[in-house]
Design a protein around this ligand. Structure first.
Ligand SMILES: C[S@@+](CC[C@H](N)C(=O)[O-])C[C@H]1O[C@@H](n2cnc3c(N)ncnc32)[C@H](O)[C@@H]1O
Length: 484
């Protein structure tokens, strides 16, 4: 195994509390952690499912519904992960969503969102209501967010590719903003041997101008009274306290720091002094997490309150930010034909969609979306809501994410598989069925597939005389365990 060179971290010897403890922790593997998708199941039910799979988990005290996972190297291969019951996320990466304390119905901007873990966590905390606008400059990195939005069955995210520094008032105003900035990533060295190769103060100073520009935009687009979290996964004060201090100087009384504190999380206060620089005394309210404090990665976060708007912003934002698409009601003539299709094959009724509405999208795709969802006018969303039905093909098809969400509710043409059959389905294997699984199946065609009461996706059922019924798995190749 290649040994890491920790020399770049020596400059933090006097600020990390215990340098020897830091380095010994960095030499050990990073524990996996996860949060429960509480739009799908409860943390107690998930714990029981994982216990039955002989997976050991321990609650993360400061983050309800989150767990550290022990002795499971490939959690992505568990059926419960593939069925969207939980999401893997590094413990310290859960900090920004907890600090922002997002609530159902709020409008939230995640300015540097990809690959999307924090957007997903916030969308779940908002119980599939309100709006997450998740933007990132790198469209390739947004693919994971598109996939996970569907696996977790989330309908309240609009995903956009954009340079965050260039967003205009057409993005609208936000109650909460997360600026999880691109950084030198020193705090991820337990995950990646390469992390420390970017660690040098000159590079950090260079990065700080982009970090400042992104944070300025976040502050601009936040409504007065709203909150902004600025976070990085690096220890470098040049990218952390120095950036926050520069913003405090620039914006005066338009923003102020709030205590970034989470009961139960071990942390250090932000620095007020670094080398020859002195920072505002309120920088103490920011939060530093060193890996040896919680057996995690490293992290920095600042929580701002936006107190007032600049005059010029008030004028320019006037009339913007209240954009709301004209959604069709589920009982409108536009929506009825699709509802009829879903009713005919699966006995699905409008009540099965709860507060969510069916809306026509691009390329013949009908989406499920929450009625209080407000995507930006610009940038245009690559995906808004949860794709529900592809209609521009001979036999309209439900995509896997929506099938997972709806399968537990379906009373007709749903197939219940045992654990081995479920794993074959998730590995995209066709299988013969015995008949027991088919009790509510009326005819060949698409069926929704379940295990233990949870949706796994869509299959193609073939019922023929004198041959056993077969189920072809349509589980997406890119989601299948062998690709994880
Ligand atoms: C630390 S990562 C974000 C991680 C993400 N918040 C998550 O939790 O999954 C920083 C992201 O900033 C993006 N980025 C870099 N420059 C950007 C810019 N000018 N505008 C928007 N995003 C940018 C990068 O593509 C990268 O995905």
């Amino acid at each position: 195994m290649v040994e890491q060179d920790f020399t770049p971290l020596e400059r933090y010897r006097n600020i990390c509390g215990d340098y020897n403890a830091l380095i010994s922790t960095l030499k050990t593997p990073l524990p996996l952690s996860l949060w429960c998708n509480e739009t799908r199941t409860s943390a107690a039910a998930l714990s029981e499912i994982l216990r039955r799979e002989e997976i050991r988990i321990h609650p993360i005290r400061w983050s309800p519904g989150s767990f550290k996972m022990i002795g499971c190297e490939k959690p992505g291969r568990l059926w419960s992960h593939m069925a969207g019951l939980f999401h893997i996320q590094e413990e310290v990466s859960m900090i920004p969503a907890a600090l922002l304390d997002v609530r159902p119905g709020e409008r939230v901007l995640d300015l540097c969102a990809a690959p999307g873990n924090k957007s997903l966590q916030m969308a779940v905390r908002m119980a599939n209501r309100g709006t997450i606008v998740a933007t990132d400059i790198n469209s390739g990195r947004l693919e994971a967010l598109k996939r996970n939005t569907q696996r977790l069955g989330l309908a309240n995210i609009s995903i956009c590719q954009a340079n965050g520094t260039n967003l205009t008032w057409d993005a609208g105003r936000f109650d909460k903003v997360l600026v999880d900035a691109p950084c030198s990533c020193e705090g991820t060295s337990r995950k990646s041997l390469k992390a420390l190769q970017w660690s040098n103060p000159e590079y950090s100073v260079k990065l700080s101008s982009l970090q400042l520009a992104l944070l300025r935009k976040g502050i601009q687009l936040c409504r007065p009274g709203g909150s902004i979290v600025y976070s990085t996964c690096t220890y470098a004060p040049e990218e952390n306290e120095a950036v926050v201090n520069a913003i405090l100087k620039e914006y005066g009384d338009q923003v102020r720091l709030r205590p970034a504190r989470l009961p139960g999380l071990q942390f250090s206060e932000g620095l007020t002094q670094w080398q020859d620089q002195t920072f505002d005394a309120t920088l103490r309210q920011t939060l530093r997490v060193w890996p040896h404090q919680n057996n995690s990665g490293g992290f920095f976060a600042a929580l701002f309150e936006k107190t007032t708007d600049k005059k010029v912003w008030q004028v320019k934002s006037e009339g913007r930010g209240h954009y709301r698409p004209q959604y069709h009601h589920n009982n409108s003539d536009v929506i009825k034909p699709w509802l009829n299709l879903l009713a005919e094959r699966f006995n699905l009724k409008p009540t099965h969609f709860g507060h969510l509405m069916l809306q026509p999208g691009e390329k013949g795709m009908v989406h499920l979306i929450n009625p209080d969802h407000k995507p930006p006018l610009s940038p245009v969303s690559l995906l808004s809501g949860l794709p529900l039905l592809r209609t521009n093909i001979n036999l309209p098809k439900i995509p896997t994410g929506a099938a997972m969400r709806l399968a537990p509710l379906v009373r007709k043409n749903a197939v219940d598989l045992d654990k081995d059959q479920a794993m074959d389905f998730l590995h995209r294997k066709s299988q013969d069925l015995t008949g027991m699984e088919l009790q509510n199946c009326s005819a060949s065609g698409f069926v929704l597939v379940r295990h233990a009461g949870f949706g796994l996706g869509v299959g193609l059922l073939r019922l023929r005389e004198n041959t056993p019924p077969t189920l072809e798995s349509l589980f997406p190749k890119a989601w299948s365990p062998e690709n994880l």
